[in-house]
Write a protein that binds this ligand. Structure first.
Ligand code: ATR
Length: 286
């Protein structure tokens, strides 16, 4: 009995592992929920070099850790250290969440959940069958977005990437007739008849060039979703809003992707609301 009580009273530790990791907003986010729900837990950031990842994972038990988030550059290299990896993470080819249960490590990916939950919250009118989707970029973030959209039954996804070969590679990887590759030079033409445009690149982020895209061909009512959240209103979203197209910023994706992880680790249901959004916006500008 005593032993059980001790375990229950132990502080539950989770965190994010990356290199670098100091920019991560995940500690602010998870510690907000821990405080709000009065949970005896802690969420830290760990700056771990690639060659030290194996050692860090081995010592999770000693550190009493119940789980981890992974960020660049560990999302792909973590696979060999895990006991089980969910279908979603396999499809995306990246793990962003580890849950530790009875000494076993379970890997999953919650980025596609975050992408979709944010879209549904901000643009509830959107449906998988609304119309073609244009995705800018073909990196890890694009893979999570593609998996989300294919799961929602989107019939046409136009992939537009500066390096066309990378987009072609994704088309081969997913072997889905919904995927089409379009030329970077003709990216503005790819908007014809689209219901949703998603930027998955860093273009538009503070310190990066903006995404040079002429939205003239974008239909009225088409949604523009930028996964960049710093600044909240990227030049792309500004341009969309000026034309009257609904815009979805990337902060919600960051907030929603954390929900399933928090619930799995700490056993507490959490929500994304305006109060949390304001709290995090204040941290974006700090
Ligand atoms: P992530 O995992 O965050 O998606 P990534 O795998 O490095 O990051 O992918 C970055 C994406 O942004 C790629 O699609 C990249 O295009 P390339 O494949 O041509 O490199 C895109 N990207 C980055 N900088 C860019 C730029 N200046 N112009 C156009 N696309 C750019």
């Amino acid at each position: 009995m005593l032993k059980k009580k001790n375990i229950k009273d132990q502080k539950l530790i989770a965190g994010v592992v990356g290199c670098p990791v100091s920019h991560s907003l995940s500690p602010d986010l998870h510690n907000y929920w821990l405080k709000k729900h009065n949970i005896n837990g802690q969420y830290d950031a760990y700056d771990i070099k690639p060659e030290k990842l194996a050692e860090f994972i081995k010592t999770m038990g000693e550190k009493n850790m119940i789980g981890l988030n992974l960020t660049v550059p560990h999302k792909e290299t973590i696979f060999p250290f895990l006991d089980d990896i969910d279908k979603n993470a396999r499809k995306i080819g990246a793990v962003n969440t580890i849950v530790c249960r009875q000494g076993r490590l379970y890997g999953s990916n919650t980025d596609n959940y975050g992408f979709l939950a944010n879209l549904k919250a901000k643009a509830p009118e959107w449906r998988g069958n609304t119309g073609p989707v244009v995705i800018i970029g073909a990196g890890g973030a694009a893979r999570a977005v593609i998996v989300s959209l294919l799961n929602e039954g989107v019939k046409e996804i136009r992939l537009v990437n500066r390096t066309r070969a990378r987009a072609e590679k994704l088309k081969q990887l997913y072997q889905n007739p919904a995927l089409r590759v379009c030329d970077w030079q003709k990216r503005s033409h790819s908007l014809s008849g689209a219901a949703l445009l998603v930027n998955t690149t860093l273009l538009g982020m503070t310190g990066q060039p903006s995404l040079d895209m002429d939205l003239t061909g974008l239909p009225e009512g088409a949604i523009v979703y930028d996964i960049v959240y710093n600044p909240l209103e990227t030049p792309l979203l500004k341009q969309a809003r000026a034309r009257g197209n609904p815009g979805v910023d990337g902060l919600g994706m960051l907030l929603y992707q954390a929900v399933p992880a928090f619930q799995a680790w700490f056993g507490q249901k959490v929500i994304v609301d305006e109060e949390l959004r304001h709290y995090m916006i204040a941290r974006l500008v700090k």
